[in-house]
Design a protein around this ligand. Sequence first.
Ligand SMILES: O=C(O)CCC(=O)C(=O)O
Ligand SMILES: [Fe+2]
Length: 312
Amino acid sequence: MPLLKTLVRGLSEMPGYTLMRGAARFQIVRSTVTAGRRMLHASRLRRMLRACEARIDHTVFKKVDRDTFVIDLRDQGAAFGLQLPPDMVAAILRHAEQTPCYADRDPAKGFQLVQREKAEHKLGKPILVAQYFNATQECPAIAQLTHDPLLHWIAGRYLDSPPTLVGVNLWWTFPVDASEEDRNRHAHLFHRDVDDFRFFKFFFYLTDVAPGDGAHVCVLGSHRSPPARSLADRWIIRRYSDQEIQETYPAFSIHEICGPAGTGFAENTLCIHKGRTPSRSPRLLLQIQFALYDYGAMHDRRDADQLSLLPI
Ligand SMILES: O=C(O)CCC(=O)C(=O)O
Ligand SMILES: [Fe+2]
């Protein structure tokens, strides 16, 4: 019944997104739509790639072998080796310290970082995740990244289509004893995303992420083989326990992504993945998502009159 309710609400509020989520779980549909769009927009893609190449010197990622990066992203569902320059990391951190973030991504639960304890007191629970809104509009360093020619080139080649920038999201994950409900809600249990017929995300750590402490974990290669308890299970979108993932995939493919502030990677989050709840240090993460189509479901834009701070 809750499933039916969710479906009916989804169809009335976001019909395109809801229908896509139904259809895009099938590999044959994903491949057909992607191939169709590739054929329709082949010349636009070529022009777009040439334009990126013409300004590739302006990228902030100087040492990346872009062809290998795209091959890795295709083959293993993730590719590594991006590094943000230190001044960009500092600028984004400064933005995060000076701008309110919103507990549980709820526009009514804003607080300044230094007031986190008071915000938790007010909410009567630990805050696991707090998100910023309008990050691209308010942080010039993030705006610059969203125009980076290397990121757009990778997106075009990987999607095989002119890419659409569908979401920029900046959020904290705090080391707290979070409820199972919050860990589930905030993607701290293994899952896979069906966000479009083809899509992927760039992730950038703005804080150091040590092993065992709030890393993003990805099961390499799992975009081709989701766990399946039965034939139909491969088409069901659900959460998976750590045990199920450990029993399904070889240990070497379960990849915990760690690194100093500035570390960046790309992932097709149709791969099985999760965020680990930090145990010691808060993690600040920037995510930039590209897809074929924009359903308006991923962006962080909110009108000022929708946003309010907690009365603390
Ligand atoms: O916080 C994380 O590392 C997980 C985020 C996630 O599931 C996603 O971005 O799709
Ligand atoms: Fe996810």
